[in-house]
Design a protein around this ligand. Structure first.
Ligand code: PGA
Length: 253
């Protein structure tokens, strides 16, 4: 059975004090979240990782990062390595978010290198895929998503797939308040699972978790999560407040 993963992507929000405050509130309100129903992660900015990690230590919330560089160490000014993320207690790392593809020139190749390097250092990548509005309007959603999935997973052996989460995030739904309808999202999630089945096999495809992301809020979380191929959410805006994130995490109530 796939346990849904609800992960908060804090993006470039929250200084240390604000991050500690939010993490402390989350730790309190989520302490009764049922671990057999949901797994919870938070992905703060790099500089908050250590402080947030200290707050959530021993709780049912795990730590993730929003990005990494695909090298163990070296002269890469301004970058952070998977080893550093491990040393600060990260379990997950978001890779290939659409904002990284759009503003930081990330490509399937660089994203694939990061996925491989994350796995090598024991991190669990959350690989983001998704089409832009014009691509959906042109009717090429599946082509784009397939390109992201195949490109991101290139050379990843089947046994590593248990450590990978896919996040389907239609770019037109991110931060816009426009959510994909549950049926629209389900159709793409099913297609992603079929793509993974064709790359690996049916059992592997059935076991991979595929999150939905893009304007997930307390009022739409339940219907999205009830779709058969949606296994959790990657949450941006609504993850920045304890009450809205709590309501999303507890979608199963
Ligand atoms: P949003 O962001 O929930 O604010 O749309 C989601 C994301 O970018 O991961």
């Amino acid at each position: 059975m796939r346990i849904p993963l609800i992960a908060g992507n804090w993006k470039m929000y929250k200084d240390i004090d604000e991050a500690v405050e939010l993490a402390t509130s989350l730790k309190n309100v989520l302490k009764d979240a049922q671990s057999d129903k949901v797994e919870v992660a938070v992905c703060p900015p790099y500089i908050d990782l250590q402080a947030v990690g200290a707050v959530i230590k021993g709780s049912n919330i795990v730590l993730g990062a929003q990005n990494m560089y695909a090298a163990q160490e070296g002269a890469f000014t301004g970058e952070i390595s998977p080893l550093m993320l491990r040393s600060v207690g990260c379990h997950y790392v978001i890779i290939g978010h659409s904002e990284r593809r759009q503003y930081f020139c990330e490509t399937n190749e660089t994203i694939n290198a990061k996925v491989k390097m994350a796995l090598e250092y024991g991190l669990f990548p959350i690989l983001c895929v998704g089409e832009k509005l014009d691509e959906r309007e042109k009717g090429i959603t599946n082509d784009i998503v397939k390109d992201h999935v195949v490109g991101g997973l290139k050379g990843i052996p089947k046994e590593k797939m248990a450590s990978i989460v896919i996040a389907y995030e239609p770019v037109w739904a991110i931060g816009t308040g426009k959510t994909a309808t549950p049926d629209q999202a389900q159709a793409v999630h099913k297609f992603i699972r079929e793509t993974i089945a064709s790359l690996y096999d049916a059992a592997t495809a059935q076991s991979v978790r595929i999150q939905y992301g893009g304007s997930v809020k307390p009022d739409n979380a339940k219907t999205l999560m009830n779709m058969p191929d949606i296994d959790g959410a990657l949450v941006g805006g609504a993850a920045l407040k304890a009450d809205s994130f709590e309501a999303i995490v507890k979608f199963y109530r």
